[in-house]
Design a binder for this molecule. Structure first.
Ligand code: 3PY
Ligand code: MG
Length: 268
């Protein structure tokens, strides 16, 4: 059967090796396209903190598909009812921020999964044609192929980790290390590589694997992603489009400026 990105991502993540995601919050789908062409395995379209509007999410999903890759969408806090809309447009899964309790996790699963697991409403306007399937085949495979991923980014979420992972229909968890550092230090720091965050990451990967679910995390850069890949995570994002752009700009500008004479003024 032909490669169908929308249907292939979940199995690819479960089978390994670690996949790396391009995290995109800029409105132009050319950013998704440009990053995926560099070899990222999938895209995350960030509604929560990005500049994306609905049209940009729709276009971003198409840009990923044009590269033979799938897109996941991070929804807003508590915006579970939005989730199925992005799945209908062809997203391969939903990342929900600030899932702090079993109740939150159940709501997420309910909106992402069709009955009997959940109560997603039928209307895969683009997902069905993208899948190339007949409606009944699509319905039968959708719950396994579309991912419900709960973000663990508070102390409460860590306390409820095992119970969240046990919720039927939750496919995995995704650590948000910045928010987690803020809550673990009671607002004193924002430090995504803080020792307590690191200890939490160790716990999350072990608990997820024990539950047979996906362990995922946000990384600020490639070096951190390499470290967490070696520790057994299934999916890691590397920076964001804006972080990558700024880092490249900063580094190239510094290289250019080191060619200037002392005082920073170019010779005329
Ligand atoms: C966090 O680190 O809190 C995130 O949500 C990553 O985007
Ligand atoms: Mg966060």
């Amino acid at each position: 059967m032909a490669h169908v990105p929308l249907l292939a991502l979940a199995a690819r993540l479960r089978a390994g090796p670690t996949a790396f995601a391009a995290w995109c919050g800029t409105k132009d789908p050319a950013i998704v396209d440009g990053l995926l062409r560099e070899g990222f395995d999938c895209a995350v379209l960030d509604w929560q903190h990005g500049h994306l509007d609905q049209a940009a999410i729709s276009a971003g999903i198409l840009a990923a598909e044009a590269n033979g890759k799938a897109a996941l969408v991070r929804i807003g806090v508590g915006a579970f009812a939005e989730a199925a809309r992005y799945l209908d447009w062809g997203a391969a899964g939903i990342i929900a921020p600030m899932v702090n309790s079993v109740e939150d996790a159940r709501l997420l699963a309910e909106f992402v999964k069709y009955p009997p697991l959940g109560r997603r409403s039928w209307g895969p306007v683009r997902a069905l044609p993208m899948s190339g399937q007949l409606p009944l085949d699509h319905l039968r495979g959708a719950n396994a192929a579309t991912l419900a991923i709960a973000m663990i980014e508070t102390r409460e979420a860590l306390d409820a980790l095992d119970a969240i992972l046990a919720v039927e229909g939750i496919d995995g968890v995704f650590v948000g290390p910045s928010d987690l550092s803020i809550t673990l230090t009671r607002g004193a720091l924002v430090d995504p590589v803080h020792a307590e965050v690191d200890a939490a990451l160790t716990r999350v990967v072990a608990a997820s694997r024990a539950a047979g679910k996906l362990a995922c995390a946000f990384c600020m850069d490639g070096a951190r992603a390499a470290e967490l890949a070696a520790r057994g995570f299934h999916l890691l994002s590397i920076g964001t489009d804006q972080i990558l752009l700024r880092a490249a700009g900063r580094s190239e500008l510094a290289r250019a400026r080191t060619g200037l004479p002392a005082g920073g003024k170019a010779a005329s």
